[in-house]
Design a binder for this molecule. Structure first.
Ligand code: GLC
Ligand code: GLC
Length: 834
């Protein structure tokens, strides 16, 4: 069953009924001002940091689930009937409804009582505000008198305080309201703008504004006056009565609501623009007059005037469209499969931008207050994003590296506003540092910009500790080598990629965090996953150290020879074969008693997905047949029609020595759900042993577009990946959860584009080495790589994956296209697969 359809031409998903199984959301903004918006206009906004600069309030786990957003109420003056043109919050039945989620915008249209309403929400490029572009049309035979009310609920900036500290919060709210009854000139925001300025009187330099392009006849800023006693957003007293109370919030819960009269002749339309925005004043100019507590609005009026102008809004919307045309135009494919085309060309790339921006901070399942930017997460988010805006990837890498510890270890996360690392969700995840190597490598391969390796970056943001990025990478590698266990495998620390495999935790007290509690010394439990990851990282270091000449004059550290990483990789490989191979697949780990995890010796959790993916990606077993064995075991024990589960058999009770993984009922989250992030590792591994059909089959099992037809089972958005799909041991097998913010986005982009389609950046040029399904006759692609457009045409001439490469009609040996001479703008690439 479907709840909408894809409009690929316009790069939109069109939702055709408001009651989707879960809120189906979109993101607005991609630079500094951000919003989340659902298909019924729910959601919230913030500036840069979802915790520390929250503009509007949102209650997670509400009932109804998605309540609170960017609301408009329409009220028929004659009859008193009122409704929400976005369905929520009144849920009055609409005659027509459609929501189009597009690239950075959402358009909701509906009609009721002969009034057609069109609401387009977006954040203009370069602006710290969101536009609500509202258009009403009277399709009645008679004149319509409509009262229109807007509504947002302000958050008191720090979203954590906002949802906990009520004894204080209910006393602090302050607003400034428009003066009604002044002479109204055209577009004079002075008469229509509500300012939210809680705490501005003291240490905050920022405030929010909510403005509107048309004359208003009233407003409200105190929630209780707007809603009325014991009422909710579905039936505010002000809407029922049809008139605002002009309330001014002093304490309690500040809101913003405008009241407008819209009179429409038959067939007439009226456009009204609302702006919700964020502004910072320099400390010295906060107040006007000086010495008062009144916001100095000198700099904000011009912004309001600019964007309250409909022609400017039209232009800004076009700019946004063109922006996305150019971003997505960097990589386009045309394959025989519609789901592949649409995900690669549109939605997967778009989701990579969102995960790059948000890490795991703000979604409908991440509250924006729990987690900032994850170290391992952000490094992986780069992988699918780096070709879209390489400059931002560069900045991010340097930012991440600046939080690294001087011993090579890493903070697990940092706040985007302060850029400082913190231990709030634990520390000592021993896979973390290595992701910096893999993220940096991806950037250098994409751009050829080796200069990033020379950038001076501090440790823990401490001035005076600066070292070239290259040395940060060396220390990351060294961190693994300094932390080897009894089998010469890497110690796992708090956990590795799998946050919930907590081998040193031993928690028996309710409420303890598995991420911050440690009861074992941590000198025994080892990870085979990190071993594979280390070998993969060694391969990058081998190439980086070979290709990156360091200018002798500014060597402030000693550069290890290439041979060092070759040797360490071989030693680690020996350790894996000696202690990490279980006979038919790779073991997962050794616990704190040095007992194997993910072994046939276990009764539950005999086989895990992660080491099979990571070790084969690192090339282990590809030559000696063990990779085939491991991947066949995946097919036998872990693969389901809904994707590959994380482990099998699922843990049926709590294991003190394994930690959080066994807290989840079987089939959920890390306990044997299809934890989507790890599936593309298996796709990549399958391509490494030349099995294109298998790789693509796994790709399709979790491809959201390919699952659209079973939306009643999948339940999450069919246009983006979710973190998990309930596994075969769960009663709700096939149901997705935690959509949007997941490393799945990047890794699937990498798996399909770099390994199945095989268009892969390397240090020495773009490589084309497809491992596609046998029944594909070929595909074409356009890939912008280091400023040159590669027009790629792949034709199948035989059943295998042997590449015969022609560049501008010249036969080239191997699969790497040499970097073309300077000045080249386009090359034609022809690949025969034999
Ligand atoms: C979550 C975390 C990620 C972790 C994964 C597996 O997605 O954000 O860092 O690797 O869970 O536990
Ligand atoms: C929980 C989740 C895991 C996530 C972690 C982040 O353990 O199960 O997926 O990575 O929290 O702190």
């Amino acid at each position: 069953m479907r709840f909408g359809y894809f409009d690929d031409e316009n790069r939109e998903y069109v939702i055709t009924r408001p009651d989707t199984p879960l809120p189906w959301i979109n993101y607005l903004g991609s630079e500094g001002y951000y919003g989340l918006i659902s298909n019924t206009a729910g959601g919230y906004s913030f500036y840069k940091d979802a915790r520390l600069r929250r503009l509007t309030r949102y209650r997670y786990n509400n009932a109804p689930l998605d309540m609170g957003g960017r609301y408009i109420y329409l009220r028929d003056f004659e009859t008193g009937h009122y409704w929400s043109p976005t369905w929520m919050p009144t849920r009055a039945k609409l005659d027509t409804y459609e929501c189009r989620h597009g690239m950075g915008y959402t358009l909701i249209t509906s009609s009721k009582h002969g009034i057609f309403a069109k609401m387009r929400y977006f954040v203009p490029l370069g602006a710290n505000l969101e536009v609500w572009d509202v258009d009403l049309t009277n399709n009645r035979q008679t004149e319509a008198a409509i009262d229109l009310f807007s509504a947002v609920e302000f958050s008191l900036w720090d979203a954590w305080d906002d949802s906990t500290n009520f004894q204080r919060n209910f006393n602090t709210a302050e607003v400034e309201v428009p003066e009604l009854g002044k002479t109204l000139n055209e577009m004079s925001p002075e008469n229509n703008t509500i300012f939210h300025k809680t705490e501005y009187r003291e240490r905050r330099n920022h405030f929010a504004y909510f403005s509107c392009s048309e004359p208003i006849i009233g407003f409200d800023t105190q929630r209780d006056d707007f809603l009325g006693p014991n009422r909710g957003w579905d039936d505010p007293i002000v809407i029922e009565n049809g008139s605002s109370t002009n309330s001014v919030a002093h304490g309690w819960q500040p809101i913003g609501s405008h009241h407008l009269k819209v009179n429409l002749q038959p067939g007439e339309s009226k456009r009204i623009i609302f702006l919700l925005g964020y502004h910072e004043n320099p400390k010295a100019y906060k107040f006007d007059p000086v010495g008062s507590n009144i916001i100095n609005k000198l700099d904000v009026w011009p912004i309001l005037r600019e964007f309250l102008d409909p022609s400017r809004v039209d232009a800004a919307f076009l700019e946004l469209k063109h922006h996305w045309d150019s971003l997505l135009g960097k990589f386009m494919v045309q394959t025989p499969d519609v789901h592949t085309n649409r995900m690669v060309n549109i939605w997967n790339a778009y989701q990579c931008m969102v995960t790059f921006n948000m890490s795991r901070s703000a979604s409908y399942f991440e509250s924006g207050i729990g987690r900032g930017m994850g170290f391992r997460d952000s490094n992986q988010d780069l992988l699918g994003f780096v070709h879209i805006i390489p400059e931002r990837a560069r900045e991010r890498i340097l930012e991440l590296a600046a939080t690294q510890l001087s011993n090579g270890g890493a903070f697990h996360q940092y706040q985007p506003l302060t850029k400082r690392g913190n231990n709030d969700v634990g520390s000592g995840f021993n896979d973390d540092p290595l992701w910096l190597v893999l993220g940096t490598a991806a950037y250098v391969k994409e751009t050829g910009d080796f200069t990033i390796l020379d950038e001076l970056v501090p440790y823990e943001n401490e001035t005076g500790t600066e070292m070239p990025l290259y040395e940060h990478l060396q220390r990351a590698m060294q961190h693994t080598l300094n932390n080897l266990g009894p089998h010469q495998l890497p110690l796992i620390g708090r956990a590795d990629w799998n946050d919930c495999l907590n081998l040193n935790c031993f928690s028996d007290t309710p409420g303890q965090s598995f991420q911050t509690t440690t009861n074992q010394e941590g000198k025994v439990a080892e990870s085979v996953f990190i071993a594979g990851q280390f070998i993969l990282a060694c391969q990058e270091m081998v190439q980086l150290s070979e290709l990156h000449a360091i200018d002798g004059s500014d060597i402030t550290f000693s550069k290890l020879p290439t041979a060092f990483y070759k040797e360490k990789a071989l030693q680690m490989e020996d350790a894996v074969w000696a202690a990490g191979w279980d006979g038919n697949w790779f073991r997962r780990a050794y616990d704190a008693f040095s007992e194997p995890v993910g072994s046939k010796l276990n009764t539950e959790g005999k086989i895990f997905i992660e080491p099979q993916g990571m070790c084969v990606m690192a090339g282990l077993g590809v030559e000696n047949g063990k990779a085939v064995q491991a991947l066949d075991a995946i097919a036998e024990f872990l693969a389901t029609p809904h994707g590959i589960v994380l482990l099998n058999p699922a843990f049926t009770h709590y294991y003190l020595n394994l930690g959080e993984i066994s807290t989840y009922p079987p089939g959920y989250k890390e306990n044997a759900s299809v934890f989507c992030h790890s599936n593309p590792w298996i796709m990549i591994a399958e391509t490494m042993i030349g099995r294109g059909d298998k790789a693509f089959d796994y790709y399709q099992r979790i491809n959201p577009s390919a699952r659209e037809a079973i939306s009643e089972v999948h339940r999450c958005e069919p246009y983006v990946y979710a973190q998990t799909i309930a596994g075969k041991d769960a009663p709700t097998h096939g149901e997705a959860k935690n959509s949007w913010l997941t490393g799945t986005a990047s890794w699937n982009f990498v798996a399909i584009t770099q390994h199945i389609l095989g268009i892969r950046p390397t240090y020495k040029g773009l490589s084309v080495q497809p491992v596609i399904p046998e029944d594909w006759q070929g595909f074409t692609a356009q890939r912008l790589f280091r400023g040159v457009l590669y027009n790629i045409n792949v034709e199948r001439k035989g059943k295998g994956n042997l590449v015969e490469l022609f560049v501008d009609r010249q036969r080239i040996q191997g699969s790497v296209i040499p970097i073309p001479p300077d000045g080249t703008t386009e090359v034609q690439v022809l690949v025969y697969l034999r």
